[in-house]
Design a protein around this ligand. Sequence first.
Ligand code: DX5
Ligand code: ZN
Length: 217
Amino acid sequence: MLPIRVLPSLLSADFTRLGEELRRCEAASARVLHVDVMDAHFVPNLTLGPFIVAHMRKATRLELDVHLMMTDPLRYAEDFRKAGADAITIHVEAVGPRTMAKAIQQVRATGAKVGLAFNPDTDPRLWFRFMDQVDLVMFMTVYPGFGGQAFIPEVRDFIRATRARFPALDIQVDGGIGRATAADVVADGANRLVCGNAFFSDADPAAFVRELEALRP
Ligand code: DX5
Ligand code: ZN
């Protein structure tokens, strides 16, 4: 069975004390950190680039899972890999079906693990033919762009359909995941839970990780 993992989303961290926040994630026994890159074009918000990822890389040995919310993710994939990304996830809406196979190869060629992300209104069944070429798929359970939004339950059907078809694939969920929603998405088949607000606002992040990682489908 695929292990359940909680991935703290650094978008909810206090960037005036980034080093301490990374240590808070380590102390909570998180193994993978989620880094949100927004380009002010694919989404209406702007966050950080390879420069900050390189500083994160120097400050922690945890895996860095980089989520590119970018119109042109391939232009920057190599830079993020060089900065220290262990996994790079691109949005299918940004790439399109005709160039998807090549895009996957290009990200793979950087040496990073490859992920495909889906907006809440994108039907993953149209993309099943690419899923055996990637290391993970990620369902956005909010419209990407901001932390702290409410979970969109309609995405659960997409998670179930994908898990039924791909029993061994890492399925990640991102947006509005916390104590109230994690059990449902794990029951649907998600095994990697990105948690921003819920993790960073919890009084006991270690217990938060322990409890969510103990969930079973
Ligand atoms: C949203 C980002 C998420 C965000 C999740 O566009 O992709 O990773 O940080 O934050 P929460 O868990 O607060 O919804
Ligand atoms: Zn994200």
